[in-house]
Structure formats: C-alpha cells, structure tokens
Ligand binder design. Structure first.
Ligand SMILES: [Zn+2]
Length: 501
C-alpha cells in the first residue's frame, strides 16, 4: 500500500555539503520508486553543519506527535542529516517508533545493528521522551513569536522598555505583543557601563564612576545578556528549572542550544563587544568553579566501616568522624578503586548477565508484536464473519436500510483494523536478537575510555551512578556495583573485595 511520505532536507552553507536541491532530486526519485506519495517536505538551511538550530526539524517532530500527522514515513538523505549525535538519533528514532512513523535513509548508515540495539535498550532506561516532547511544544510557539520580532515574554532588560502593540482580540480583550525600545532613562547609562566592561574596567569602579545604582548580581545578569544588548533576541538560553534548581546546576544551556533572532531592536554594543563580555563572564565563572570543586574523586562515595563518610584531606582519605579506622593515600585509593570497578564491569559473569538481559528484552518486544498481530487478526476475522452474516440477511429481508447502515460501519471498522495490521507489519519492532559478547565489551570499553577523558565532576557523577556502596574497613575495600545506568540492565551485582597494602 502506498504510504504518505515527507522529505526531511537539510544542508549547511559549507561548500562541500550536498545541496538541498540535489537531496530533493535523489529522494524524490527514490520515493516514487518505492511507490509512496509525497505530501510535504521540511527544509532546514543552516549556517554551519554543527548548528543545533533546526526549526523545520522541530516542526516535523511536532507534527509526528500531533493527532493530525499527515504522513507515516520520513525520507532523509543520510543519518548525519537527521541527527549528529548518536544519542539524539536514538531518541528521535524512539519517538518515531512510538508514533508508528517509519524513517528511511537514502544513504545507509554505517552503524552496527547490534550496537544500535544495545543503545536502544539503554534508551528505554534514559527515556527522555516526555521532557523532550513538552520542550518542543513550548519552543514552537515562542519561536513563531520571536521570528516575527516580538518578545517571547518577560520583563524588559534594564536599559530598555516594552512597547506594546495590539495585534488582535480574544474574548473581547485585546491581545498585545511587545517589542523592546530604548528606555530614555537608562539606555545610555547601561551602554556606557557595557563599553567600560569591554575595555576591562572593573565592575565596581564603573559603578562609582557612572553613579549606577544596581546591585552586583543584576550587573552580572546584564553582562550575561550581552547578546540582547547587541540588538538580538535570544531564547532557549535559560535551563529548565525544577523546584528552584536549574537542571545540571547551570543557569544557562550550552551556547549551541540558544536560538538567536538577529536585529530585533536597537543595539547598545556591537557583536564583537558582546562576545568579549560573554567570554569574560565565562572565564570568571570557570575560575570560581575551579576553586569550588574538590579534587577528591571518592569523597561522598566511599564510607568508613563506622558508617561515616571518608573525606579527602591533605592528600589522604580519612574517616570524617576519626573513629580510628586508618587513612589512606589519595592516589592509592583512587587507582585501586577504579581498577576494581572496571575489572568487575568487564568480568565474564557481568558481560553474560548484560547479554542475557538484552536478549530477554528483545524477545519480549518481539513477542509483544506477535500478540498484537494475533489480536488484530482475531478482530478482523470476527468482523468479516459479521459482514458475511449481514450480507446473507440483506438478501432475505425487505427493509434493508438499517442493515446497510450497519454494514457500512462494519466495513469502516474493517479498514481501520487492516491499516493497523499494516502498521504492525512495518513498524520496526526488533526480532529476537542474539547479542555478541564482543559488542557489549566494545560498548563498555567505550564507556571506560570516556571515563578517563572527562573532568572530575562528571567522573564523580558517573561513579555515583555505578557504585551501590563502597566501604573501607581497615585494609579491606568492599565495592558493591550497580550497573543499571551503564548497561540499562537490572543485573544484580555481587560485592567485590580487595585488600589494600
Ligand atoms: Zn570511621
């Protein structure tokens, strides 16, 4: 049966990238050779191949989740066009699968299907589906607003004020949207201040010099909004806030996730000046962070036999309560600890457990598919039986009208079930797979490699994720690992012990 298809086209201004036109040509040819019908296309033309700003992609994913989705299959030129990061790609595939949408790449990915299935089971654990979903819904409306030059909401930043315009009415009340215009009282003052910051003049000195009556934290906030003062509207800059705490402890998202609409209002400073202010703030923040972070990896992870924490101090780890348990050299404990953990992670029993767990999962989803098919087939059979009965009856009775109505509705039902069966058939529910131990080892080796490359804070959070408990009792180190987060599997982990000399 012909499917309703859309194309996702994306190209960057990089000279070597495949142009949108030639992607379209090749894909159109391919779609018609598959016998599918094109209903639309989504195009992102971006500045550089690395940018994360893909409005058309967001629109497409929003339609995927909507009840009025017009298509059942997406054609795309290659995997990197769909998503640059492996993890993101999995997330989107997951989302499409949940909505029964097929994804086809013209140039086949070089990925390993077994690796993909390992990642896929990880996905179920890390399921970011919901947060991703609500985020996209919110962003869409905001983006439309901003693209038309309106503010996405909120107060005017210091130096500007809001100019409201009535754009329509709802329930008799006027609907207003707003734009930023210079605030005659503070525009030039803030401009002077920002120019001073660019020129390396100390914050407090500027405050005195210019007679500014603004607290330091607000000044920092102004500096962090430098792009706004360069005349652009920036959104998606603040991180999600839950219970008064920012996700990941950072007020702002990564710069690459910001969405910037250029030249929406009068600028105080140039782009270069804004960049200078931002990188200065970045430096300030980094140096504060360096001072704050403890260099002791295992503080808060290893506990003493008396139940107190082992904490780092003067190159040693010691019991916080000084119960008499001996202290141990920082480097010695850290090295042994990590070695033990990875040795256990790579142990044959653990690999075997993960392997079994993945296979079990895939068998389960395969059998789910079969049950769904059977259920639909049964329904179809009973409807067909009913239809035949009514057809027989129609030939015998005089007043056929109500029977014909019933027949119509049964026919409709039959079509629906048939299309559901069609979907089950082509939804890419994995068949039961056999996982190779080598693939798992490869996956874990990757994990280990990553571990040695990241900073101490991330190392700490990784350890927190895979250590159930760790106790130091005299010379004896006892670690009970938990590997769910690494492997996605709830394999029970036995404690491992080692005597430290
Ligand atoms: Zn103790």
């Amino acid at each position: 049966m012909a499917k309703r298809a859309v194309l996702y086209l994306r190209s960057s201004k990089d000279r070597h990238d495949v142009s949108v036109e030639s992607q379209r040509r090749e894909l159109q040819r391919y779609v018609s050779s598959c016998g599918d019908i094109l209903v639309d296309e989504f195009i992102d033309k971006v500045e550089s191949a690395k940018t994360a700003n893909r409005p058309a992609f967001q629109d497409m994913m929003a339609e995927v989740k909507s009840k009025q989705c017009r298509f059942t299959i997406i054609y795309c030129y290659d995997t990197s066009r769909f998503s640059r990061r492996m993890y993101d790609a999995q997330l989107y595939k997951h989302l499409l699968k949940k909505n029964d949408i097929e994804l086809v790449f013209l140039k086949l990915p070089k990925s390993d299907p077994l690796m993909d299935s390992v990642l896929e089971s990880l996905m179920e654990i890390f399921d970011e589906f919901h947060s991703q979903k609500s985020k996209m819904d919110g962003l869409r409306g905001m983006r439309e607003n901003v693209q038309q030059g309106w503010r996405a909401g909120g107060r005017a930043p210091v130096g500007y004020c809001l100019e409201k315009t009535v754009v329509g009415s709802r329930d008799g009340e006027p609907v207003t949207k707003s734009k930023l215009i210079p605030d005659p009282k503070s525009f030039y003052l803030i401009k002077e201040y920002l120019k001073g910051v660019v020129n390396g003049i100390a914050r407090m000195h500027l405050v005195r010099e210019l007679g500014i009556d603004i607290p330091k934290t607000s000044l920092i906030y102004i500096e962090e909004g430098a792009l706004t003062y360069a005349g652009h509207t920036v959104w998606n800059r603040h991180n999600e806030c839950v219970d008064g705490k920012y996700k990941g402890g950072n007020r702002y998202r990564d710069r690459k996730d910001w969405v910037i609409q250029r030249d929406t209002h009068e600028a105080m400073i140039s782009d270069e000046e804004a960049e200078a202010i931002l990188s200065k703030r970045e430096e300030e923040r980094a140096s504060r962070k360096r001072r704050r972070i403890s260099i002791y990896l295992l503080t808060g992870i290893v506990t003493c036999r008396c139940g107190a924490n082992f904490i780092g101090e003067g190159g040693y780890y010691r019991c916080q309560k000084r119960c008499g348990n001996r202290g141990i050299k920082k480097d010695t404990l850290e090295q042994i600890f990590i070695e033990m953990l990875f040795q256990n992670l790579f142990s044959p029993e653990n690999i075997e457990a993960v392997k079994n767990s993945i296979e079990k999962k895939s068998r389960k989803s395969a059998s789910k598919k079969i049950t769904k098919e059977e259920e639909l087939r049964k329904k179809l059979k009973s409807i067909e039986k009913e239809i035949n009965g009514i057809v027989d009856l129609i030939q015998k009775v005089k007043h056929k009208r109500s029977l014909l109505t019933k027949l119509d509705s049964l026919e409709e039902e039959r079509v629906v079930i048939e299309s559901q069966m069609d979907k089950v058939d082509r939804s890419s529910v994995p068949l039961a797979i056999n996982v190779n131990s080598k693939d798992i080892i490869c996956f874990m080796e990757n994990y280990k490699k990553t571990f040695h490359q990241i900073n101490i804070e991330r190392k700490k959070s990784m350890l927190n994720n895979c250590v159930g408990s760790a106790i130091l009792d005299g010379n004896l180190l006892i670690i009970t690992p938990k590997y769910e987060v690494i492997t996605g599997m709830k394999s029970s982990s036995k404690a491992v012990e080692k005597v430290i000399r």
